[in-house]
Design a protein around this ligand. Structure first.
Ligand code: ZN
Length: 279
């Protein structure tokens, strides 16, 4: 999970641009008059996300009979996502905020959409709230499509508010050597609160990250198998271990918790592997 910089604009900024060319003048005026309610929902979200109490936000809030759930969701889909609308500039700004265009939830796949951290199906008033919109790959967006937390523990990590990059928490182990299989898991630092440990564990599970990372690990192993075999046969165990350690240190210097960092760490720590059992 990667921390990314949160949007520097408010729901009021987004709303006014989204409805700029709205044909229905009555609806447009009613939306402008309701700005405070959008702002109030935004403030509620921001105070609760940092205390892990988002699950306490009331679901299915509508502003009026006119500005109902359907209209609120439509402002996002018809006016913020729609490329011909002025609100699209905010969609684009959030879309490109993930470094290297990589999804912050899995750190592997390409950003393809914006994910509503609290789904717009249950929280329509948060449909266009910037801090509720996070760049995401298609899979992470789908895996969490209608999911909404019912407790603090179920609140998966939020890339704008949770920063765990300076800690070591991702691990891998070799399940079988022939054929080689890996398992990824989280091992949070002892000093973390029980809540953060559980939230990370639930995040890892909700986004199916073991499945994703272990597939990449098998492919990485196949790609380096010939090279490692030659190193072991020509130069011996110590040279092989030194090479794997260099690979690990190099990746650790870039990202302490990438699947690649955990991959090389687990190869290095597996005595059977380093003694040539992978050949
Ligand atoms: Zn993803």
């Amino acid at each position: 999970m990667k921390k990314i910089v949160k949007p520097n604009f408010s729901v009021a900024d987004v709303l006014i641009e989204c409805i700029d060319n709205l044909q229905n003048e009555n609806l447009k005026q009613e939306l402008i008059d309701s700005t405070n309610q959008f702002t109030s929902a935004e403030s509620d979200f921001e105070s609760k996300v940092i205390t892990n109490t988002l699950h306490q936000i009331q679901q299915n809030i509508e502003i009026s009979n006119t500005i109902n759930s359907s209209v609120l969701k439509g402002i996002y889909t018809d006016r913020m996502v729609n490329k011909t609308n002025k609100g699209r500039v905010f969609y684009n700004s959030i879309f490109i905020s993930a470094p290297y265009g990589k999804c912050p939830f899995c750190s592997v796949k390409q950003v393809r959409t914006l994910d509503h951290y609290l789904p717009k199906s249950k929280y329509p008033i948060l449909s266009i709230t910037p801090n509720n919109l996070v760049p995401s790959c298609s899979d992470c967006n789908k895996d969490k499509l209608v999911d909404s937390p019912t407790s603090s523990e179920e609140e998966t990590l939020h890339p704008y508010f949770d920063d765990i990059e300076n800690f070591d928490w991702l691990k891998a182990k070799i399940l079988t050597l022939n054929p080689i299989k890996f398992e990824y898991y989280v091992s949070p630092p002892n000093e973390w609160s029980d809540l953060l440990k559980t939230r990370l564990t639930n995040h890892f599970s909700a986004y199916l990250l073991n499945d994703l990372y272990s597939i990449h690990a098998i492919e990485e192993f196949e790609n380096i198998k010939l090279q490692l075999t030659k190193l072991y046969q020509n130069l011996g165990v110590n040279q092989l271990k030194e090479h794997i350690l260099d690979c690990y240190i190099s990746r650790y210097s870039v990202n302490k918790n990438s699947w690649q960092t955990a991959f090389y760490n687990c190869l290095y720590e597996n005595e059977d592997f380093c003694n040539g059992s992978f050949i």
